[in-house]
Design a protein around this ligand. Structure first.
Ligand SMILES: Nc1ncnc2c1ncn2[C@@H]1O[C@H](COP(=O)(O)OP(=O)(O)OP(=O)(O)O)[C@@H](O)[C@H]1O
Ligand SMILES: [Mg+2]
Length: 295
């Protein structure tokens, strides 16, 4: 299976949990997902609730059974789709007091060399998903950068084999419904308009990811620059500088902030053997430009 998955993790996982604590806005995203998925994962509890509060199995519950355990995470590069997918899986396993598994479909599956085999690989991936979900465990499959697999079949240049792979994927997502929410498929994409319409229709939730707004940047700086004794006003200024300004209509993404800006700040101060000040950070923000938006 090494060739199909590039990550296989048992859940709960401490590292993922700790990381989730540093994600701005995670709780809001999580509560939206969990309230939807729990309806699938805890059907017996939902039935019991319905009997208790309404004296019967409400007809409305039939519609829940029609939902698919598919979540689409859509948004620009570096906005947290991959880290959030892991964090959601980990948190859900904890909240349900269960054990689980997180697997990520390797980008190799879509490698040029594997054209035509993609349908088979999707089959194998779902077979594995079913095996490890078993009777009790929850299993989460992340198809990262899914536009490469789930590309809309209406594209003219699309090869027959690729269309077949998308059909297989749709069929597999339909089939895992009998696992009643114990297997969850998550797809991330920064080009949602390339995702096949049939897939979009099936999603229980489409979660949108954006670059941090002014308030979120303040929260990010406050959290990641703790220990530096910056005033609230300085934090606000930094947040503004990292936002849309100087003729740009977009600001820094989370990955620009965390993976480019912060290391630059530390490297500069360390090399000079001096403390990090407001000016160190302000200068770094001016030197590093936010990555362009992917449309
Ligand atoms: N909400 C957030 N709060 C703080 N940091 C975040 C948040 N979201 C993402 N990050 C950080 O930004 C970086 C990029 O996140 P991630 O790789 O999940 O983005 P992505 O949307 O999957 O990007 P891509 O489309 O390029 O794959 C990571 O270092 C992550 O920790
Ligand atoms: Mg990603």
């Amino acid at each position: 299976m090494e060739s199909i998955f590039d990550i296989e993790l048992e859940l709960p996982n401490k590292e993922i949990y700790d990381r989730s604590k540093t994600l701005i806005g995670f709780e809001k995203k999580y509560s939206r997902i969990s309230s939807n998925l729990r309806l699938l994962q805890e059907q017996e509890a939902v039935n019991a609730w319905s009997k208790k509060c309404h004296g019967q199995q409400l007809p409305i519950l039939d519609y829940i059974q029609d939902k698919y355990s598919l979540i689409i995470l859509a948004g620009d590069a570096g906005t947290g789709k991959t880290v959030t997918a892991e964090a959601i899986a980990d948190r859900m396993v904890r909240d349900l007091n269960k054990e689980g598994y997180f697997i990520r479909l390797s980008t190799r599956v879509r490698g040029e060399g594997l054209h035509g085999q993609m349908g088979n690989l999707v089959n194998d991936a779902f077979k594995h998903l079913r095996d490890i979900a078993g009777k009790k465990r929850l299993c989460y499959l992340l198809i990262d950068e899914a536009d490469a697999v789930a590309t809309t079949r209406s594209t003219l240049q699309m090869h027959q084999e690729e269309k077949a792979a998308v059909n297989t994927l749709i069929q597999k997502i339909d089939e895992i419904r009998d696992l009643k929410g114990r297997a969850v498929v998550m797809m991330s994409t920064n080009r949602i308009h390339f995702i096949d319409e049939a897939m979009i229709r099936r999603a229980a939730v489409i979660l949108e990811f954006t670059r941090p707004n002014a308030e979120e940047r303040v929260e990010f700086f406050r959290q990641s620059l703790s220990g530096l004794k910056l005033s609230d006003d300085e934090i606000r200024q930094l947040s503004e500088m990292a936002g849309p300004s100087q003729g740009r209509d977009y600001g820094y993404s989370y990955s620009d902030l965390r993976l480019r800006l912060l290391p630059e700040v530390v490297a500069y101060a360390f090399t000079k053997n001096e403390s990090i000040t407001f000016d160190t950070i302000a200068t770094a923000i001016e030197n590093i430009k936010p990555s362009p938006v992917i449309l």
